[in-house]
Design a binder for this molecule. Structure first.
Ligand SMILES: [Zn+2]
Length: 507
């Protein structure tokens, strides 16, 4: 609503003026959208193998496990959002209630704020910490493009002690091009929608004895590693704006409530143009949000997601969550969040009713992430292959089961055409750009899984997947866990396979 202008604090006006003066221009909302490219033209632009660095084994540092916490001990996160859709910014009050579940004493609580990597996007206003009877107020520094926010505690928090943190901050959305690869395009605005993928300060994992696990932000792949939290979200916005997110509880008069338990990360997309298709699969609510020109693809996306849930529940284990929302986005990629996936509008615009579509592949892939990333977590910075190998290979499993005539098409169009090269166990730091990293690492990972399956045989391979999922559900895995589980189902020599696909072969 236009009268929301009155709500913009004068400090934000000042900031916008400074940004504009300093040359950070926001294009007019009627800028023509850039056409994405994803076919032979784009493939021709994929860099040659020579430009991909090969990581050495020393670069790969397996992350320790996150211990299993019963749901009652998971941190509670509450996000109260005022979204000014027309003005493309939001004001947030975030509450985090976390108990020190380690045996160490804590002097700080640490968050990852990836949106601060994009200049002019994140303004932290106040942080309040309550520890016992002590209340501390202040604003910890977050300089430049730093993405690690350290909130000091007024006194050390001992084992078992609850900590209450409240933050107030603002997020200004930046324009996103339909050709942006993740993670660049995950948060921002297009002519038709706002995507809020990575914008809130998220707890980083705490490693018993080692402290909070932090990393240098690098805009390649999914540069995140999150522990489980229960997240309740309230979004207040213009009445005509539709919000797509996981775990919808209710919505009325522009106020939307969501809750996702045991979430790795939550996101939402917003648009006054969204149309919605819904269906229930058992107890799971499936919703598809799409732009009006893409109704057929939007409805098909719902079917693909449902079929994917059916198949992967059989292959991996029960679906881990209560809902799944599929939302058409406006950048060049798909992205997984808890109970939500976002799919590039390229898939919708190019959908012609054929099963061998990029829409089928991507919806299956992102749905598979609810198991691999969601239920079974991993360090996506140093061991991104652990979730991506299985999510990407799930695309093939989907075609193999539902459209077996198209498995060859899948290998050709999703893997071989990119001439993938390089080790499966690359870190995101091994690559300069996502459009180098994704085709190479994912393609190699799919070939590795194909060879592993061939060596193990189908019966043992699928038993391994079930066992791996059941053993590590709600935990974080390392490559060691992956290969330990493989070895429980296979006593053959893995050395040749590791030598062919991995930089570090000591598993
Ligand atoms: Zn993926």
């Amino acid at each position: 609503m236009s009268n929301r202008t009155a709500c913009i604090p004068s400090i934000l006006y000042l900031l916008l003026v400074i940004l504009l003066i300093s040359g950070c221009n926001l294009p007019a909302s009627n800028s023509p959208p850039v056409q994405p490219v994803m076919d032979e033209t784009q493939v021709a632009n994929i860099p040659s193998s020579a430009s991909i660095a090969t990581p050495d084994a020393a670069q790969i540092t397996p992350a320790p496990h996150q211990s299993i916490l019963p749901p009652s001990d998971l941190p509670e996160v509450s996000l109260d959002i005022e979204l000014f859709y027309t003005e493309r910014w939001m004001r947030i009050h975030q509450i985090v209630d976390i108990k020190n579940t380690s045996s160490d004493s804590w002097t700080e609580v640490v968050f990852h704020v990836p949106i601060n990597y994009t200049p002019g996007s994140f303004m932290l206003d106040t942080v309040k910490v309550v520890l016992g009877d002590v209340v501390q107020e202040g604003t910890p520094p977050l300089f430049g493009q730093e993405t690690i926010l350290r909130v000091p505690l007024p006194a050390p928090a001992q084992s078992g002690e609850p900590i209450h943190i409240e933050m107030s901050y603002r997020v200004v959305f930046q324009p996103v091009a339909s050709t942006d690869w993740p993670p660049t395009g995950t948060t921002g605005w297009t002519e038709y929608l706002i995507q809020a993928g990575e914008w809130y300060p998220s707890l980083v994992p705490y490693m018993e004895g080692d402290g909070w696990y932090t990393w240098r932000y690098h805009p390649v792949g999914d540069p995140t590693f999150y522990p489980l939290t229960n997240v309740s979200t309230t979004i207040t916005t213009e009445q005509d704006v539709i919000i797509a997110s996981g775990g919808l509880i209710d919505q009325e008069d522009g106020i939307w409530h969501f809750r996702v338990e045991a979430a790795r990360g939550i996101a939402f997309l917003a648009s006054p143009h969204y149309q919605v298709a819904e269906r229930e699969h058992g107890d799971i609510l499936l919703s598809s949000y799409y732009l009006p020109d893409h109704a057929e693809a939007g409805k098909v996306a719902l079917e693909i997601a449902e079929n994917a849930i059916k198949l992967f529940s059989e292959l991996y284990g029960p679906y881990p969550y209560k809902s799944l929302t599929i939302a058409e986005n406006g950048f060049f990629g798909g992205m997984e969040y808890s109970e939500m996936i976002s799919i590039t509008d390229y898939c919708y615009r190019t959908y012609r009713g054929e099963p061998n579509s990029i829409l089928t592949a991507l919806v299956a892939h992102e749905t598979a992430h609810q198991w691999w990333y969601g239920a079974v977590g991993n360090d996506q910075i140093t061991e991104p292959w652990l979730d991506e190998a299985l999510a990407f290979y799930s695309e093939l499993l989907y075609f193999e089961y539902y459209y077996p005539d198209y498995t060859q098409w899948w290998w050709e169009k999703r893997v071989d055409i990119y001439n993938p090269y390089g080790p499966v166990d690359a870190t995101i730091y091994s690559y300069e750009r996502s459009d180098y990293f994704i085709p190479s690492m994912y393609g190699q990972a799919a070939r590795f899984i194909r060879e592993l399956r061939k060596q193990m045989g189908d019966a043992d391979f699928f038993e391994f997947l079930q066992d791996y999922q059941a053993t590590y559900r709600w935990r974080c895995v390392t490559a060691q866990d992956f290969f330990d589980t493989v070895r429980r189902h296979h006593d053959g020599d893995l050395a040749p396979l590791l030598k062919a696909y991995f930089a570090n072969t000591n598993w």
